[in-house]
Write a protein of this length. Structure first.
Length: 61
Protein backbone atom coordinates (compact mmCIF):
# COMPACT_ATOMS: atom_id res chain seq x y z
CA UNK A 1 0.00 0.00 0.00
CA UNK A 2 1.70 3.18 -1.19
CA UNK A 3 -0.91 5.69 -0.10
CA UNK A 4 -2.76 6.15 3.14
CA UNK A 5 -6.22 4.66 2.86
CA UNK A 6 -8.72 6.08 5.30
CA UNK A 7 -11.74 3.92 5.91
CA UNK A 8 -14.91 5.06 7.58
CA UNK A 9 -15.41 8.57 8.84
CA UNK A 10 -12.20 10.61 8.99
CA UNK A 11 -13.84 12.86 11.60
CA UNK A 12 -14.30 9.89 13.94
CA UNK A 13 -10.77 8.63 13.31
CA UNK A 14 -9.38 12.13 13.84
CA UNK A 15 -11.14 12.36 17.21
CA UNK A 16 -9.68 9.00 18.27
CA UNK A 17 -6.17 10.11 17.29
CA UNK A 18 -6.56 13.38 19.23
CA UNK A 19 -7.66 11.40 22.30
CA UNK A 20 -4.72 9.03 21.95
CA UNK A 21 -2.14 11.77 21.25
CA UNK A 22 -2.95 14.98 23.13
CA UNK A 23 -0.28 16.94 21.22
CA UNK A 24 -2.26 16.73 17.96
CA UNK A 25 -4.27 19.68 16.69
CA UNK A 26 -6.91 19.95 13.98
CA UNK A 27 -4.27 21.45 11.68
CA UNK A 28 -2.06 18.39 12.18
CA UNK A 29 -4.92 16.18 11.09
CA UNK A 30 -6.08 18.23 8.10
CA UNK A 31 -6.73 15.54 5.50
CA UNK A 32 -7.20 16.98 2.03
CA UNK A 33 -7.32 14.92 -1.13
CA UNK A 34 -3.82 14.53 -2.51
CA UNK A 35 -2.25 16.06 0.60
CA UNK A 36 -1.88 12.91 2.71
CA UNK A 37 1.95 13.05 2.49
CA UNK A 38 1.87 16.56 3.90
CA UNK A 39 -0.37 15.44 6.78
CA UNK A 40 1.82 12.40 7.48
CA UNK A 41 4.89 14.66 7.60
CA UNK A 42 3.22 16.93 10.16
CA UNK A 43 2.23 13.89 12.23
CA UNK A 44 5.77 12.51 12.09
CA UNK A 45 7.19 15.79 13.38
CA UNK A 46 4.56 16.21 16.09
CA UNK A 47 4.56 12.64 17.39
CA UNK A 48 8.10 11.52 16.62
CA UNK A 49 6.82 8.39 14.88
CA UNK A 50 7.97 6.84 11.62
CA UNK A 51 5.77 6.79 8.54
CA UNK A 52 5.18 3.05 8.98
CA UNK A 53 4.29 3.46 12.67
CA UNK A 54 1.73 6.12 11.79
CA UNK A 55 0.22 3.98 9.04
CA UNK A 56 -0.16 1.12 11.54
CA UNK A 57 -1.77 3.39 14.15
CA UNK A 58 -4.27 4.82 11.66
CA UNK A 59 -5.04 1.39 10.18
CA UNK A 60 -5.79 0.04 13.67
CA UNK A 61 -8.50 2.66 14.31
Amino acid sequence: MNTLQVTGSWKEQKDILKQKFAALTDNDLLFAEGKNDEMMGRLQLTLGKTHDELRSIIAAI
